[in-house]
Ligand binder design. Structure first.
Ligand SMILES: Cc1ncc(COP(=O)(O)O)c(C=O)c1O
Length: 396
């Protein structure tokens, strides 16, 4: 059996898709510091979009607040699943804040991954047909596989293709759902929520939107791309995570009370796992409120720097995708992408390669995921480095 594992691992190495855990580095805000050499590197590969994950003043403010308020908020374990002994004041308060902001029922789960695999596999079964965007995240695909439902992938953001599939297949099944991300994690482009709502209503489906990469960053008060008047109420299942812009861990579902009750009763990744620790839930609540009320400037800076970066990189004649703070620079082969990423690292930029099979073959890329603290002069230096890299390679 070990030979089988070894063979599989070797074939990953041959295809340049062998994964290893990176050496830990120290954090200084949005910079990484090499422990041995002290070398300072700008982190352009983090999901800490609002730049709060390593902000000591925000952390100290939180610690002071919970110290002043209640010892309940300090514990590092919930010591049980939510349905047994793991519920806490912190859960109730976080869900109350989410309910106040989204004005619908909510439930908090342990992560976005837990939410997608758990919800999709419990809400949908062989009587359901699922239509989903071809570039949906692995957790959505895993949930679909576990559900046993029939499914069709539509081409990325191609709603004519989706409608064709709906026309041909929707009526053969009792239930139906369309699943999409709002901001796509690997391409940085954005779903057209209005068209999806039109189609879901025309063909009598549910609409499930994963906003993992947009909550905190986009939409009114950072509540997500689809948090708009006349849109949000018509979405059936909305997923946000705390693991990215909100600099923590956990996820939340906003939906009708029937769906929330269904999750509590049927979703195995909710029922059969230890609940989140009170200290984490309290932090989530603290950051969520701050983001809603105070982080408009951070969202504006993020927007500004994303637009600037996309324009600069495009001006080099390179293939740059998307329209958000996630900026993929498509290189092609896994090998070439790794070489560029290593070059950038040497020159002070932590920008990781995203390779096949995470993205389609020959579309390996450097995925720049920006944060609100990145400055114009950082991007000017990045631009110069990439320009020099290509000029040097052309001259060879
Ligand atoms: C679209 C999408 N959904 C869900 C997840 C998983 O979220 P979490 O990191 O909270 O498990 C990710 C993570 O990368 C994601 O990109």
């Amino acid at each position: 059996m070990y030979e089988f594992f070894l063979e599989k691992l070797n074939s990953l190495k041959i295809d340049s898709i062998y994964r290893t855990i990176k050496k830990p580095m120290l954090h200084e805000g949005h910079f990484l510091i090499e422990k041995e050499t002290g070398k300072k590197i700008l982190n352009l590969s983090s999901n800490d979009y609002l730049g709060i994950g390593f902000d000591k003043s925000i952390l100290n403010e939180f610690l002071k607040k919970i110290k002043d308020e209640n010892i309940e908020y300090y514990f590092f374990s919930s010591s049980g699943s939510r349905l047994l002994s793991g519920n806490s004041l912190s859960y109730e308060e976080l869900e109350a804040t989410l309910k106040e902001f989204y004005k619908k029922d909510v439930i908090v789960l342990n992560s976005g991954y837990h939410a997608n695999i758990g919800l999709i596999s419990s809400l949908f079964d062989y009587e359901t047909i699922i239509f989903f965007d071809k570039l949906c995240h692995a957790s959505i695909i895993d949930g679909i596989k576990l559900s046993g439902a029939k499914f069709y992938r539509y081409n990325h953001l191609d709603y004519n293709h989706l409608e064709k599939l709906l026309k041909n297949h929707r009526n053969n099944y009792k239930n139906s759902v369309i699943i999409t991300e709002s901001v796509f994690s690997m391409d940085g482009d954005i779903a057209d929520i209005e068209t999806l709502l039109y189609l879901k209503e025309k063909y009598n489906c549910l609409l499930y939107i994963d906003e993992a990469h947009s909550v905190g960053c986009m939409g009114q008060n950072g509540l997500g791309v689809s948090f708009k008047e006349n849109l949000f109420d018509r979405i059936d299942i909305f997923l946000g995570t705390f693991g990215k812009a909100y600099a923590s861990i956990g996820s939340f579902i906003v939906a009708d009370k029937i769906i929330i009750d269904y999750i509590i009763n049927k979703t195995r990744t909710f029922i059969y796992t230890t609940a989140l620790p009170p200290i984490v839930l309290s932090w989530n609540n603290f950051i969520l409120k701050k983001s809603f009320h105070k982080f408009h400037n951070r969202r504006e800076s993020l927007n500004y720097i994303a637009k600037y970066t996309r324009e600069k990189l495009s001006s080099l004649g390179l293939k740059v995708l998307g329209e958000s703070h996630i900026i993929p620079l498509v290189i092609g082969t896994n090998e070439d992408t790794i070489i560029l990423s290593e070059y950038l690292y040497k020159n002070g930029f932590y920008a990781l390669p995203i390779r096949y099979p995470t993205v389609p073959k020959m579309s390996a890329r450097i995925r720049f995921s920006l944060n609100s603290l990145v400055e114009k002069n950082n991007i000017d230096t990045l631009y110069d480095q990439i320009k020099e890299y290509y000029e040097r390679n052309m001259a060879k």
